[in-house]
Design a binder for this molecule. Structure first.
Ligand code: CO
Length: 136
């Protein structure tokens, strides 16, 4: 069921300064900021040879990132995203095993245009997990 690590998402207070930090201190190749209204974030992608890092800044009053930053004022790791072949099959199997899915429990379209679901951190060793169906 489990495929590649698609990305690690980091919540940041100030996207411009975090982007600049990665660009200048680490020489990272960094995308232009992209607003993802449905998920309440502005995101910057950092491409690495084996995965990517996403910097997330809150967008809008009900952003889940704003709540995360209230609890973690310096920012930090927000979630990991693993690839799966079949998101509906993965969701059904996890629900059957008693793992709670966030939101409606149905896949939504994520920042890369692919269907995603999020698993409750309390059911997953304290880490928010995103699963993303990636076309092969
Ligand atoms: Co993500």
């Amino acid at each position: 069921m489990l495929g590649r690590l698609n990305h690690v998402a980091l919540a940041v207070r100030d996207l411009a300064s975090a982007t600049e930090l990665y660009r200048t201190r680490l020489g990272a190749s960094v995308s232009e900021p992209q607003a993802v209204l449905e998920h309440g974030v502005t995101v910057v992608f950092i491409e690495l040879p084996n995965t990517r890092i996403e910097l997330l800044e809150p967008l809008g009053p009900n952003s889940p990132i704003a709540k995360f930053l209230e609890r973690n004022p310096e920012g930090g790791m927000h979630h990991l995203c693993y690839e799966v072949d079949d998101i509906r099959a993965a969701a059904e199997r996890l629900k059957r095993d008693g793992v709670r899915l966030l939101g409606s429990g149905q896949p939504t379209i994520g920042a890369h245009g692919n269907p995603v679901i999020f698993l409750h951190p309390k059911d997953f060793a304290g880490t928010l997990i995103e699963l993303e169906e990636v076309p092969r």
